[in-house]
Design a protein around this ligand. Structure first.
Ligand SMILES: *[C@@H]1O[C@H](CO)[C@@H](O)[C@H](O)[C@H]1NC(C)=O
Ligand SMILES: *[C@@H]1O[C@H](CO)[C@@H](O)[C@H](O)[C@H]1NC(C)=O
Ligand SMILES: *[C@@H]1O[C@H](CO)[C@@H](O)[C@H](O)[C@H]1NC(C)=O
Ligand SMILES: *[C@@H]1O[C@H](CO)[C@@H](O)[C@H](O)[C@H]1NC(C)=O
Length: 241
């Protein structure tokens, strides 16, 4: 009996704990994948996620970023969105050219793949955190920190040359700072508003899946505990007999 009481006292709070819905943040992450088969063949594709939802895709063949959700434009006006898209279009053509030039300068062998992962997360209390990482052939090589480009730990020697060139480009650095510091958090605040009902629905289904899984787990533990108690009791009776 003491065993059963103990299990109930222990088990009930566990069920409650697994059913609590934590206040979650929704990081906004953009991924750019640029592939270069040879000196003349290149393509760049983009994807973006807000939490686990994917509101955008941008294929190399398209001039425009495609909205996959009705709320993808956030609270930006048509004009603000058009300006942002224009900026990314210019970026896409210049990044392709720049990578080809770096490859020439460094005599890099093809094929090449460059991935850029960038975005931000808005926290409650209206603070935010932004990031931008660059990987080459699947390996992190550099990132943007504060006001400049810095190498990832243990990168090859040639990365230092790339960083030197990048850090000489004051215009690009200022553009990146403005995108990371201001545009991204402002845009994501808007998305959290326009996408709220879908984000909430997703959280709810995740929470109920968690609750069911938690209840099953706790039931199994209680059943297991009861069996252990029962075996213990039986063996202690046997000791007496
Ligand atoms: C580059 O690769 C593409 C696709 O495989 C091919 O069609 C093209 O001929 C190649 N160009 C050169 C200069 O090798
Ligand atoms: C990717 O887009 C660029 C610019 O529109 C184009 O020049 C290039 O041929 C495209 N690459 C492929 C592989 O389709
Ligand atoms: C959050 O901060 C940004 C700038 O840092 C400001 O424009 C915005 O109005 C703030 N939002 C709220 C809800 O306080
Ligand atoms: C952007 O934020 C970084 C800190 O993360 C700061 O060092 C830098 O001065 C800011 N730049 C601008 C243009 O606001």
């Amino acid at each position: 009996m003491r065993c059963l009481l103990f299990l109930l006292l222990w088990g009930l709070p566990q069920i409650r704990r697994t059913s609590e819905v934590p206040q979650r943040n929704f990081p906004f992450r953009c991924l750019q994948i640029s592939s270069f088969l040879n000196r003349s063949w290149a393509r760049t594709d983009g994807l973006a996620w807000l939490g686990e939802l994917q509101p955008y895709v941008w294929k190399n063949d398209s001039d425009t970023i495609r909205f996959l959700k009705p709320w993808s434009q956030g609270t930006f006006s048509d004009q603000q969105w058009e300006e942002l898209q224009h900026l990314f279009r210019v970026y896409r053509s210049s990044v392709t050219r720049d990578i080809q030039e770096f490859a020439k300068m460094l005599h890099t062998a093809y094929p090449l793949e460059v991935q850029v992962s960038a975005g931000c997360e808005v926290h409650p209390g209206n603070t935010s955190e932004s990031f931008l990482y660059v990987a080459f052939q699947g390996r992190d090589i550099l990132s943007f920190q504060g006001t400049s480009w810095v190498p990832a730990p243990d990168t090859p020697q040639w990365v230092a040359r790339v960083i030197e060139v990048l850090n000489d480009d004051q215009g690009t650095s200022e553009m990146v700072q403005s995108l990371l510091n201001d545009t991204c958090p402002q845009f994501v605040r808007g998305l959290l508003e326009t996408g709220k009902s879908e984000l909430d629905r997703q959280e709810q289904s995740r929470a109920s899946a968690g609750l069911i899984a938690g209840a099953v787990l706790v039931s199994l533990l209680i059943a297991g505990g009861l069996l252990t108690c029962w075996f213990k009791k039986r063996s202690s009776y046997q000791d007496i007999l």
